[in-house]
Write a protein of this length. Structure first.
Length: 89
């Protein structure tokens, strides 16, 4: 993945987890806030959801689907399976 890709990365972990390390360019919308913040998510891009292990991002995908979002995927294995760069906030 590069900066020019049209993928919106959403980290659904809690803010304290996000600060310890996240995928560069990701935005943090915790699963616990997703229903109330769904309008912040642009559906113009493909969406990639991730969390620590993949369980919360799978739940997040179900929530977004209920809100009509179609073009999305979640990172199986979460950030623990990510071998690319990470950034601390």
């Amino acid at each position: 993945m590069n900066q020019k890709s049209k993928v919106l990365l959403i980290d659904v972990r809690e803010p304290h987890e996000f600060k310890t390390g996240h995928i560069p360019t990701a935005i943090n919308i915790p699963l616990s806030q997703l229903n109330s913040r769904v309008k912040e998510i642009s559906t113009k891009n493909d969406i990639l959801l991730y969390c620590r292990s993949g369980m919360r991002s799978k739940q997040a995908a179900k929530i977004l689907k209920k809100h009509g979002v179609q073009k999305m995927a979640h990172l199986q294995g979460g950030i623990t399976a990510w071998s690319g760069p990470t950034k601390k906030k």
